[in-house]
Design a protein around this ligand. Sequence first.
Ligand code: SF4
Length: 217
Amino acid sequence: MTSRRGPPAEPGAEQFLPSRRTLPSLRRAADGCRGCPLYVNATQTVFGEGPARARVMFVGEQPGDAEDRQGKPFVGPAGKLFDKALLEAGLTRSEMYVTNAVKHFKFEQRGKARLHKRPKPGEVGACLPWLRSEITAIKPEILVLLGATAGQALFGAQFRITQERGRPIASELASLVLATAHPSAILRAPDAQARAESFQELVRDLKLVTRALRRKR
Ligand code: SF4
């Protein structure tokens, strides 16, 4: 007896990769990605942004509501907090390449609000070819993982931010790989004092990047 099966839920992005893998060609190709179901409800693909020769690359989780509407990474409330932390750490956003592990916004509609939903491991895995291609195209000296999803995308399900943050992670992806909290985790802190403390911890981790860049000049 034969059973009829539909297409796999997450066929993966690999088949959508262009043959020439420059940042502009990757960006164009990612616009048409159907590697998992997340493109269906999202407005558009939100690809990474920043100079092709950036020395530092940041990887977050996925676009949020504002990013989905504007088509740019880290432009919503978490992005604004991220910019503030970069500034305090002595880093300039325009010199950094910023992207996400997952390129489409996953959300749950509640009335008019679109609430963030964490991507499933299968969706993160499906999207990984884009992230790997961005890393290969940019060859950053320093790779910073913002939050657990970015860490688990590249290092597996056992990756824990609480264990890995703030110290070099052994990897061939860049000469220095660091992990820290995702700025949206700071926004979710229970009160103003917890938010202020988490923000200072983020700045402290980002200063490791500043120091490493100075050493390498
Ligand atoms: S989330 Fe990633 S794999 Fe899924 S459709 Fe979007 S770009 Fe493709």
